[in-house]
Design a protein around this ligand. Structure first.
Ligand code: CA
Length: 234
């Protein structure tokens, strides 16, 4: 994996609603995404961008996902890329199971986001053990995603689950300013109604946990815009 970059996932699916949903959920978990809407585009993008994983739908226009899977397995630049096939419920599941298509795993539609993300992580862990056990760093703050541990300047930082998610999001996008609404969406999810000022409460808790009195405040308040985590600080 290329150091310093979040894993790139190629989504191959012709249903735009599903692409949108997958993109949203994968990016929320810190992955980068790129989409292809048919098989030829998929092969082109996979060869050029060398994604860390391909989510490949079986039912595609012009040529099937299975055919694309076989071509990716033959290509010298794409043969090692992990592939998860997306299949409709029914006979195709058995066919995927039975056929030696070269896919690493498959997920049956309709699937839950939780299930898909678990499969993505499992396949990536097998392909590149360092990728799933990811460690985020920003200044003197280190976040170990696998063990959920956070340290600043060598000391343990204890965070509640909401503060942990907030910090993870900031550490995945250092320097970027997020509005309260964006943070609500990412950290609480967009189905939940939470008042924007709730964000301020959790930011205050996060600051208190992160910063000792003599330390630089890593979280920057941007007047009338929101908050950011400064990578240059500390
Ligand atoms: Ca499809």
């Amino acid at each position: 994996m290329r150091a310093g970059l979040q894993p790139l996932i190629l989504i191959v699916e012709d249903e735009t609603d599903l692409v949108t949903l997958l993109t949203y959920n994968l990016e929320k978990e810190g992955f980068r995404t790129v989409a292809a809407y048919d098989g030829d585009e998929a092969v082109l993008i996979a060869t050029e961008r060398r994604p860390d994983l391909v989510l490949l739908d079986w039912m595609l226009p012009h040529r099937s996902g299975l055919d694309v899977c076989r071509q990716l397995r033959r290509g010298p630049k794409t043969r090692d890329i992990p592939i998860i096939m997306l299949t409709a419920r029914g006979e195709e599941t058995d066919r995927v199971r039975g056929l030696d298509s070269g896919a690493d795993d498959y997920v049956v539609k309709p699937f839950s986001t939780t299930e898909l993300l678990a499969r993505v992580r499992a396949v990536m862990r097998r392909a590149a053990p360092s990728m799933a056990d990811e460690v985020l760093r920003c200044g003197d703050v280190v976040m170990d995603l696998a063990s959920h541990r956070v340290r600043r300047d060598g000391r343990d930082i204890h965070l509640g689950p909401t503060e942990f998610r907030l910090l993870r999001h900031f550490m995945q996008h250092p320097g970027r300013v997020f509005s309260r609404e964006q943070l609500l969406d990412v950290v609480w999810g967009h189905d939940v109604y939470v008042e924007p000022r709730t964000v301020d409460v959790h930011i205050r808790r996060l600051r208190k946990a992160l910063n000792e009195t003599d330390e630089t405040d890593l979280i920057r308040t941007v007047r009338s815009a929101g908050y950011a985590l400064d990578s240059q600080a500390a």
